[in-house]
Write a protein that binds this ligand. Sequence first.
Ligand SMILES: Cc1cc2nc3c(=O)[nH]c(=O)nc-3n(C[C@H](O)[C@H](O)[C@H](O)COP(=O)(O)OP(=O)(O)OC[C@H]3O[C@@H](n4cnc5c(N)ncnc54)[C@H](O)[C@@H]3O)c2cc1C
Length: 417
Amino acid sequence: MRFSGLRVLREGLTGNRGWTAQWRDPEPQAEYDAVIIGGGGHGLSTAYYLAKNHGMTNIAVLEKGYLGGGNVGRNTTVVRGNYFLPGNSEFYSHSLKLWEGLSEELNYNVMFSQRGVITLFHSDAQRDASARRGNAMINQGDDAELLDRDGLRKLLPYLDYDNGRFPIHGGLLHRRGGTARHDAVAWGYARGADQRGVDLIQQCEVTGIDIENGRVRGVQTTRGAIRAKKVAIVTAGRSGQVAAMAGMRLPIESHVLQAFVSEGLKPVIDHVISFGMGHFYISQSDKGGLVFGGDLDFYASYAQRGNLPMMEHVMEAGMTLMPMIGKARLLRSWGGIMDMTPDGSPIIDKTETEGLFVDCGWCYGGFKAVPASGYALAHLMATGQPHETAAGFRLDRFRSGEGLIDEEATGSQHNLH
Ligand SMILES: Cc1cc2nc3c(=O)[nH]c(=O)nc-3n(C[C@H](O)[C@H](O)[C@H](O)COP(=O)(O)OP(=O)(O)OC[C@H]3O[C@@H](n4cnc5c(N)ncnc54)[C@H](O)[C@@H]3O)c2cc1C
């Protein structure tokens, strides 16, 4: 089924009886060429690009819950290509380009809204760092504009520019950044993969990984054993646990990250804004809710809920930046489990077990990476070679210390992990 304006019109006039399920609900087969563990954004996009770019269609995505029920459906949907360091910048730049054509590519409206991402600076030193980052972005072929205080005030008149502790000196504007509809991204990739013959199997938890003579043979699941020539672990916050099934100890710590949404308001914030002096960022959803978040809760956990101290910190930062936010009522808060690496950059690599791959370590930035991650992992699984945009995301950099990337989009701040 193709979606189009004409189709919507016709269905509207005929009682909406023609819409069909977006993907099949197949029984798992005994054997596949490849199995992807995890039906989040990265697992689904990997399946899609394996089928589309490499003609591999005898594959299954195994999801222990429902598709898109993990972090891909829990994040604050910020998409940007403003990474600074080589290794990351080319990858996120590629991802942003894929985002720009994604709705057409998938024939599914992912509601990608390039409303601009603005990162504020509050001192001369921060302005210099922003200029440096902007230059790196431009050199990478992306966009960046350094706004002084007056330029910024024209766009964001409601900020507290003269705050005693954190006066605002300006901001780095990245116009092509913005937000997207998280569920739609998962659903669009799922539908595209299913259309190409991929089996999407929900309520199917992987409980073991079968390895013989250094080679992966398949997986054990709550729905029986499945043989596979290739297996990819794409389980975000659960990566450490799933990799342990293959006897691996990943350089990953899992932490909770919280997000918040206010009651629906009339349009007031038409960019994504990041505070430069604390962990707070905000945008407004299409339904009117102010969507905002901050930093990790600083303890390792697999609980998908957060704690009050971080909530207080985020609210304080919000009030510092835009005191008007204090009048809005908070509607909901939630948490997701982040797969944090020591250098803040991801892993897309083979493992020492032949045929076993990992894609993890997305920290708090993995939503924007969904298209390029799937693209790169599919390339690696199909060809055996890393994709040129993801060649730095090697697993062994943490053992050898060579090739660490040290980036979390704010520069190297290990102490903040
Ligand atoms: C509050 C919050 C805000 C965020 N904001 C942003 C943002 O603004 N921008 C951004 O770029 N990123 C953001 N992120 C990060 C981003 O959401 C994640 O990095 C990304 O979604 C992780 O990849 P994924 O989509 O594949 O993960 P998931 O959706 O978590 O997918 C992993 C899947 O694996 C499944 N799984 C786990 N174990 C098993 C098993 N044994 N068997 C089968 N299946 C299994 C899980 O059920 C899950 O569905 C945010 C995250 C959170 C929590």
